[in-house]
Design a protein around this ligand. Structure first.
Ligand SMILES: NC(=O)c1ccc[n+]([C@@H]2O[C@H](COP(=O)([O-])OP(=O)(O)OC[C@H]3O[C@@H](n4cnc5c(N)ncnc54)[C@H](O)[C@@H]3O)[C@@H](O)[C@H]2O)c1
Length: 283
């Protein structure tokens, strides 16, 4: 099996930043790429802050912090994205992802593997746009990537068994628990979880409960995070995008219709934690 030493992470937002941090923590050489310099700087600061937190907790020492941090190259130059594996975590737009992968394939050699962190775009459709390459699959991390253990590894119709085996091994080498799944709208977790968000927003639309009450009750009943806090963490645009794709791809059933409340939040650019306001306000 191909030995993976370097990982390029494209997109330095909520997910890309977390994936880059994990990869550096687990000893990989990391290239963290984003087109937006402000986001890149934010990612650099966030990684440092998270590593400092680990030092304060006694999980790593100062030397380890420096070593981990020095493994990451933060760049806005796509030509730096040469690696054994490229993980894409940019905006949830099929055309943008396909364009980026095309450029990445031209930059990299014939043995580089490519993975998308998409939450909901069909990996088969992306593979078709990528000349049905056998070196491509989904690698769906969860938010926050440094903490969440699960990775859904999604096979396309063209992924070779070697590609899937290498991405499964990479997930394990990143301290994660990989689950290989098939390409279907929302894969597994996002399909099941859709109702958690949608039913909560229906309760608000019907004026049956408050946001704070719903979150509090769901947490008290055993869920780690209430649906509104979770949507703010995920990002309203991302979560709304997933709802739309799952709804469309499953033939627009009423039970999965995206919520007008969430649509309004996206239109108002109240995207959650990343913009300082979503269902809640953040400092
Ligand atoms: N947020 C979540 O909870 C979550 C969880 C799992 C998977 N995902 C998926 O991960 C991906 C990223 O989501 P996110 O929440 O990190 O988004 P985000 O909005 O926080 O970050 C996206 C980043 O992509 C950058 N970008 C856009 N076009 C680019 C390009 N052509 N090249 C390089 N960078 C580009 C933007 O500048 C931005 O920094 C999406 O596909 C999403 O569906 C998100």
């Amino acid at each position: 099996m191909k030995r993976i030493c370097s990982v390029a992470v494209c997109g330095a937002g909520t997910m890309g930043s977390g994936i880059a941090q994990v990869a550096a923590q687990y000893g990989f050489k990391v290239i963290q790429f984003d087109v937006n310099e402000v986001v890149l700087e934010k990612s650099r600061q966030l990684v440092l802050k998270n590593l400092r937190f680990l030092v304060e907790k006694g999980k790593i020492n100062e030397d380890a912090l420096k070593e981990i941090y020095s493994r990451i190259l933060f760049t806005n130059n796509i030509n730096d994205c040469k690696a054994d594996v490229v993980i894409e975590a940019i905006i949830e737009k099929k055309e943008a992802k396909a364009d980026l992968f095309e450029q990445l394939m031209n930059i990299n050699g014939n043995d580089t593997l490519f993975a998308t962190n998409t939450s909901s775009i069909s990996v088969n459709e992306l593979a078709t746009a990528l000349n049905k390459t056998e070196r491509f699959a989904g690698m769906h991390f969860f938010n926050p990537a440094p903490l969440m253990k699960l990775v859904e590894v999604i096979k396309t119709n063209y992924s070779s068994p070697e590609t899937i085996a290498a991405l499964v091994q990479l997930s394990k080498d990143l301290g994660k628990i990989p689950v290989v799944c098939k390409d279907a709208p929302g894969f597994i977790v996002n399909r099941v979880a859709r109702h958690y968000y949608l039913e909560a927003m229906k309760l608000i639309e019907q004026n049956l409960a408050t946001i704070e009450n719903i979150d509090m009750i769901m947490e008290a009943s055993g869920f780690k995070m209430g649906p509104f806090k979770l949507m703010d963490l995920i990002g309203m645009d991302i979560n709304f995008g997933v709802s739309n794709i799952v709804w469309n791809d499953l033939g627009k059933p009423d039970r999965l219709k995206p919520s007008i409340i969430q649509q309004q939040k996206v239109e108002q650019h109240k995207l959650g934690r990343k913009t300082g306001e979503g269902f809640y306000k953040y400092e």
